[in-house]
Design a protein around this ligand. Structure first.
Ligand SMILES: NC(=O)c1ccc[n+]([C@@H]2O[C@H](COP(=O)([O-])OP(=O)(O)OC[C@H]3O[C@@H](n4cnc5c(N)ncnc54)[C@H](O)[C@@H]3O)[C@@H](O)[C@H]2O)c1
Length: 337
């Protein structure tokens, strides 16, 4: 039996992890820690909170005293840190909070992990730490040894967090591994990201806003594939090692928007009218993220799911959960006030 702390477990990826693995691993105890900021909703784990092996505590990872108390009481064997400030746009407006949570909060967790004899610590990081490549560059792919070249305060705070983790390796018996994944898609993603944002506009009869000319490329990874890979890293990831996670689905943003429109029309049987509004002034859009996936495939023999069907399932989830989009829209309105 393992005792597992999932920080940021009310957010998009953390909640997918705990919703998927807690019912499968009834012998393990899962403690979800989250501060419940704009992207973390208790409803995201309501179906599994009834299980006897899942509990939740409101906790800001920046609160060192509280983190220590929780670790002392719960005695985790494993910590998976999904907690982070995650909005690139917001990181330009308020970079300090990104430093605080994504670097210093992480450091609190590492220190508590060492103090209370955690065996394994997995830091969830991002492909954005490598920076971008040109849109038509199909040959450059960053591997785990590539230099860090973050291009916004979000990715620079994540890069600093990664370096912080690496500086703790070999200083304690706690095993530390890092995952760096591509752009995730799936259920329960806050609507500031392209896919739920487009869906929200479409379902509310609004014009679709696309940054720039829509040619920017992202490597789209189904969140279920990401959590499977993270789960493997928890089990067999090596101390001090970094693992890129990608299913090599490079798509430009306009292709994704077209696909959403087609899938929504197909599933609802209705034609949706829309106009695409291009927000050309936005300068903070990295061109293309591009990473390898050889190391994770070698470690795990992971099979990635079919992109088109995972994408359609995602669209169907949002259509069937209008309350999720409504909740996000209310929060977004409050933020923009
Ligand atoms: N979404 C992606 O495509 C993607 C890609 C690569 C890496 N990542 C990384 O994966 C992790 C999870 O991302 P996500 O997309 O689920 O983000 P998210 O914003 O949906 O979730 C983050 C969660 O962390 C919580 N949180 C924020 N600050 C906290 C604090 N101080 N203390 C405790 N909890 C706090 C939030 O309430 C939220 O529930 C992040 O570390 C992110 O950098 C995300």
């Amino acid at each position: 039996m393992s005792r597992i702390v999932i920080t940021g477990g009310l957010g998009f990826i953390g909640s997918y992890f705990v919703n998927y693995y807690a019912p499968l691993e009834s012998g393990n105890q899962f403690l979800v820690l989250d501060v419940l900021n704009n992207t973390g909703f208790i409803d995201n784990i309501k179906d599994i909170l009834i299980l006897s092996n899942v509990s939740f505590k409101k906790c800001n990872i920046n609160n060192k005293i509280l983190v220590n108390k929780i670790f002392k009481d719960f005695k985790p064997d494993i910590v998976i840190n999904f907690a982070a400030e995650t909005s690139v746009d917001y990181s330009f407006k308020n970079p300090k909070i990104f430093e605080k949570t994504n670097v210093k909060g992480l450091q609190n967790l590492l220190n508590a992990g060492i103090k209370f004899k955690v065996k394994k610590f997995v830091q969830i990081s991002t492909d954005e730490v490598y920076g971008d490549v040109d849109i038509d560059n199909d040959t450059t792919k960053f591997d785990e040894k590539s230099p860090l070249r973050p291009l916004n305060p979000y990715s620079s705070s994540k890069a600093k967090g990664d370096l912080m983790c690496l500086s703790y390796v070999d200083k304690s018996p706690m095993q530390i591994s890092i995952t760096r994944s591509a752009n995730n898609f799936g259920p329960r993603q806050f609507i500031d990201k392209l896919i739920p944002h487009t869906l929200s506009s479409l379902l509310y009869g609004e014009n679709i806003v696309l940054y720039g000319d829509g040619q920017n490329v992202r490597d789209r990874l189904f969140v279920g594939d990401n959590v499977n890979a993270i789960h493997e890293v928890v089990k067999i990831g090596v101390n001090g090692e970094i693992y890129n996670i990608s299913s090599q689905n490079f798509k430009n943003n306009i292709t994704i928007v077209d696909k959403i429109i087609k899938d929504v029309d197909y599933f609802t049987g209705k034609h949706h009218d829309y106009e695409i509004f291009r927000e050309v002034g936005r300068k903070i859009n990295d061109k293309k993220y591009s990473i390898t996936n050889d190391k994770i495939k070698h470690l795990t023999n992971i099979e990635f799911c079919d992109f088109d069907s995972a994408f359609l399932d995602t669209i169907i989830w949002y259509i069937n959960h209008p309350e999720f989009i409504e909740k996000c829209r209310k929060i977004k309105k409050q933020i923009n006030k």
